[in-house]
Design a protein around this ligand. Sequence first.
Ligand code: FAD
Ligand code: NAD
Length: 457
Amino acid sequence: MTDRCDLLVIGAGPGGYACAFRAADLGLKVTLVDARERLGGVCLNEGCIPSKALLHAAEVIRSAQDMAGWGIAFGKPRIDLDALRARKDGIVGGLTGGLGGLAARRKVTERRGTATFTGQNAVEIDGEALEFDRAVVAVGSRPVRLPGWPDDPRIWDSAAALELREVPDRLAIVGGGIIGLEMATIYSALGSEVAVVELSPQIAPGADPQAVAILARALEGHGVTLHTDTRVEEVEAGDALTLTCTGDFAGRIEADAVIQSVGRRANGDRVGAEAAGLTVTARGEIASDAAGRTDQPHIYAIGDVSGLPMLAHRATHQGHVVAEVAAGHRAALDTILIPSVAYTDPELAWIGPTEAEAKARGLTVKTTSFPWAASGRNLASGGGDGLTKLVYDPGTLRLLGGTIVGRNAGELLSEITLALEMGATLEDIGLTIHAHPTLSETTAFAAERALGMLTDL
Ligand code: FAD
Ligand code: NAD
């Protein structure tokens, strides 16, 4: 007899497992299938978590170096790559193993294998048939590969870079988006001489230019060379990898390893979607509405496969919504405000429209900011340059967006995120008593500055 479930979730990343667990909590009989051995998808296995483990190591190395200026010298770090790799893998293993326990306790049936639709209510998992009432496509994304590059083991995608095979003397990173910048932060701290090549006029395109300039200066201060407005025309593999570039930087870069980080492509083309009547775009995406429904109302798409922004927390929230919808509840993702954080050194975090984006949308906006050079807590903690910047409606003083660059910006952004969700005004933020001395004061100070009541600048 063919197996049957109420809800089949294909892909066990932060979208898929969150959806499966919530649906099981709501009483559905759930099967969760993934082609990889361990739960957690890209995020846990080869994305968010291993990168943050290595970024933590990078931060400690930098902080130790900075302490020389305080009269405390730790000397040059001795890096045991095997031990560092093992520590990272241990963290990942602990988390993915934990997910297995959570699935078992909820009686979610786990299946290993590649699922392919064979009809509107049926899939095959490595040849074995399974029928479902409803299905969730949460199959994620994969790295984009630039065409015409040689096939060479020294050319890495993000997963290979996080394997920490070696610390190359010279590392070239093609693509100065979030992955490229996090990798530059990691490998420059570990000792590589890093060059980043970015096609756009600015690294982290889309983020606030004033904040990005602070990040760019810090990266350059760490020895990272940034080539913006530059295209890699050709890559030759010899004793070294040679990148021929045109644009703002016209010349050659020699490297011992290259990371390609030019974006990710949705995996909607890898699940036999047409057999279920699903439409897949040329970018591999399967579109879904606020309730997660695709053009087949009993099939949902969440996470990276449903399009941009490709972020774990978006996938998770979509997963929860879809579980509720599939269980018969009324639910929808009713926010378009999704925070972005680059966990670089310093961190760059933003939410809502930047000033330029707001103006392009025809909104009348103003900005206010507080420079971290005037933050006692930042100076006392050895922090470098930083900025907290708010975008607001000058008529109502309502907050519309915010950007923070500086240490722990990712954590600090949550206050702005909550303020936006609650429809807060600058007065709400400025009149909230923030503990002193904290970095979070910089958000209140930025608000006070616009209100004309700032005494700290
Ligand atoms: P995924 O996590 O991509 O999981 C999809 C799963 O589906 C995979 O396990 C795959 O094996 C499985 N699958 C695919 N096809 C099939 C099939 N046919 N049958 C069965 N299984 C299948 N985001 C953040 O928010 N914060 C971060 O700090 C962050 N850091 C990142 C760092 C790196 C290096 C990378 C690459 C990404 C990072 N991301 C980060 C992005 C984040 O990883 C993704 O947005 C997130 O993993 C998407 O979750 P998902 O559930 O859509 O799919
Ligand atoms: P991205 O789209 O963020 O950045 C890719 C960069 O490559 C862009 O700046 C683009 O202009 C540039 N580029 C494209 N083609 C190029 C070329 N031929 N030469 C030079 N530069 C080129 O993609 P990514 O950094 O690869 O990350 C993929 C996804 O993973 C993103 O959606 C990101 O949100 C997600 N991610 C998130 C985090 C985080 O939240 N901390 C971390 C890593 C990845």
